[in-house]
Design a protein. Sequence first.
Length: 115
Amino acid sequence: MIIKGEVIRGAQLGRKLGFPTANIDAQNIDIKENGVYASTVEVDGKIYKAMSNIGLRPSVDGTTRLLETHIFDFEGDLYGRILEIELLRKIRDEKRFASIDELRQQLERDARECR
């Protein structure tokens, strides 16, 4: 499934965890299953592997459905740009973690699987 949307500002938590993300409002995205997906993103004509989460981010008390995408081996400012993110396969369901450290450890495992 390909999702297209404008990158918006988030809470910057992904950056603090070592996984900065491009965030897209997902309230109107027609995908039923929240969770973590292996994905790809095209930026300036180059395709990057990525890791995406679509959902409410229960570990950080999120209330707005977002698509958050960490783009591997990319650095740059994407705010305000329109991205096309292709969700390739679901890695796991979204879940609540007991601590931010536990979330970070899971993100590291997810990243290895998505690469």
